[in-house]
Each structure stands twice: as structure tokens, then as C-alpha cells.
Design a protein. Structure first.
Length: 277
């Protein structure tokens, strides 16, 4: 969520307008975390949502918990993770209050902690589900072994990971294989990777290959990058961070692009700089 103080710094009116625009264009899921905007963005969004006039059932709200950062709003001595039962429950209740809602559609553990105790996490999640405060549960940035440990105690619905054409190690390190065999849905944060952020030999190869395919698919480079992710059989849901309305509409349209298999591999080869084995 780049709408708040860590991003575009939208006003309440601008944020309400953006919410309305998204829903009107079939973008109904909003990805939050308690930490965004130094623990301020959820409250900003909640106030804007209240002004939008939309009904709660028209949208889906995701939030994440666990990161305790050093900032004005949290008197921590050091950035750390907290997955105690009491903290998870408290964090969710804070997110509900800030987002002006009675429940989260999905709660994610933001990052794995070396000190997390699966049984304690499971106890918190069981209580939150029983009380109707969360509907689904997932993790973020978890490895297969970490998912396996948590998954023995409770069902994991989602793992949100960094995944893009320039960061696709999850295809090769067993992460996506584990998720597909375990029925865990993948979400991709930073789905455009470094393609538009860096000027390297890799990104130049990628731009050249995408440019050669743009006319064939009547698509922008952004759309081809998203279509490349969504071609993967795990069923990725990209988390798109832009606040540019045209690019949001293009992202929605990207879901209709079905890359041919050879074109998918041409794009992969451009990223890797060599043919597949």
C-alpha cells in the first residue's frame, strides 16, 4: 500500500476517490500491513473508506502483522518480530480499529521470525477466526520449511512472496512447488521487479524482448511482465503498487493476456541471459 506517508501521501479525499476508482474497475482487494506509513496508513485508509460510501462486502482487506519497527509510533529499542499470542491478537484488533472494519478477509504473518512458536501462533489464529475477526490466514516471505512448520498446526491459505521476472528464484528453490502441492495460493509483491528501476544488461535485454512482443499482444511492457507471472500454474495474484489510474486499468487488462509458451520462455531467457538447460 503506497497511498500513505511512505508513498504518494494521498489526502483523505484523494484516497476515497482512489478506492472508488479501484472498485469501479474490478480492483477490490487492498493489501495493507500495520507497519505501512510507520503504522499510520491503515488509519488513513479507514477514514477514506468511511467517506467512500462503499459497503464493506464490496471489498476485501488484507493486513499483515509481526514487524515491530523503530519509529515515533512504536517505542522499540530495535526492529524485531513479535508473534506472541497476545501481540497477534492485539495487532489484529488495532488493524480492525484503524481500517474501520469488523473483520479482515486475510491476515498474513509479515516475515518469519527465528523465535516464532507455531503452537502459539495457531492459538491466536484459532481465537481470531472463532471471534470472526479474520476469515483466512497466511504468511509472507516464508520458505517451504517455515510453511511446513506453521502448516502442521493450522491451514495456510496464502504466501505473499517477492516474485517477478527479475526475482524468480521461488520457481527453482522449491517454494512454489511446495505451495502448489500444499494448496497455498501465491501473491507476488514487487511484480515488476527491477525492470523499470535499473539500467543493467539484464533490464536492457528484457526491454528488447518485451518490445518485440508488444505489438503481437497489443500490450504494454508492464502488462507483459504481469502476464508472465500469471502464466505460472501456481496461480499468482500480483500485488500492484501503482496509484496511476491508467496503469491500474492496464494491470486489470493484463489478466486477459495468455502468453504463448515459447514467448514465456523467450522472456525468461532474456531475464536469465542464457537458454534453459
Amino acid at each position: 500500500m503506497t497511498w500513505g506517508s511512505w508513498g504518494k501521501q494521498l489526502s483523505k479525499k484523494e484516497m476515497a476517490s482512489m478506492i472508488d476508482f479501484c472498485v469501479a474497475n474490478n480492483i477490490t482487494t487492498f493489501d495493507h500491513a500495520d507497519i505501512y506509513g510507520a503504522y499510520t496508513t491503515e488509519a488513513d485508509f479507514g477514514k477514506a473508506f468511511a467517506d467512500s460510501g462503499l459497503k464493506r462486502k464490496e471489498i476485501q482487506l488484507i493486513s499483515k502483522c509481526g514487524i515491530q519497527d523503530e519509529c515515533e509510533n512504536r517505542p522499540n529499542k530495535v526492529k524485531h518480530y513479535n508473534y506472541s499470542k497476545d501481540y497477534i491478537i492485539w495487532s489484529v484488533e488495532e488493524s480492525l480499529r484503524n481500517l474501520n472494519t469488523d473483520y479482515l478477509d486475510l491476515l498474513l504473518l509479515h516475515r518469519p521470525s527465528p523465535l516464532m512458536v507455531a503452537e502459539e501462533i495457531a492459538e491466536a489464529i484459532t481465537i481470531l477466526k472463532k471471534d470472526g475477526k479474520i476469515r483466512d490466514f497466511g504468511v509472507s516471505n516464508f520458505t517451504p520449511s517455515q510453511m511446513d512448520m506453521i502448516g502442521l498446526r493450522m491451514d495456510i491459505d496464502v504466501n505473499q512472496i517477492e516474485f517477478s521476472l527479475t526475482e524468480h528464484t521461488a520457481m527453482y528453490n522449491g517454494t512454489l512447488d511446495f505451495m502448489m502441492t500444499s494448496g497455498i495460493k501465491p501473491m507476488a509483491w514487487s511484480p515488476l521487479g527491477s525492470v523499470f528501476k535499473e539500467d543493467t544488461e539484464q533490464t536492457r535485454r528484457i526491454h528488447k524482448q518485451l518490445g518485440a512482443l508488444k505489438d503481437k499482444y497489443n500490450a504494454t511492457e508492464d502488462q507483459l511482465l504481469l502476464a508472465w507471472i500469471m502464466k505460472h500454474p501456481s496461480g499468482f495474484h500480483p500485488v500492484v503498487g501503482t496509484t496511476t489510474k491508467e496503469r491500474l486499468q492496464q494491470a486489470v487488462a493484463a489478466a486477459k493476456i495468455n502468453l504463448e509458451t515459447e514467448d514465456w520462455f523467450l522472456i525468461l531467457v532474456a531475464a536469465q541471459g542464457h537458454k534453459v538447460p
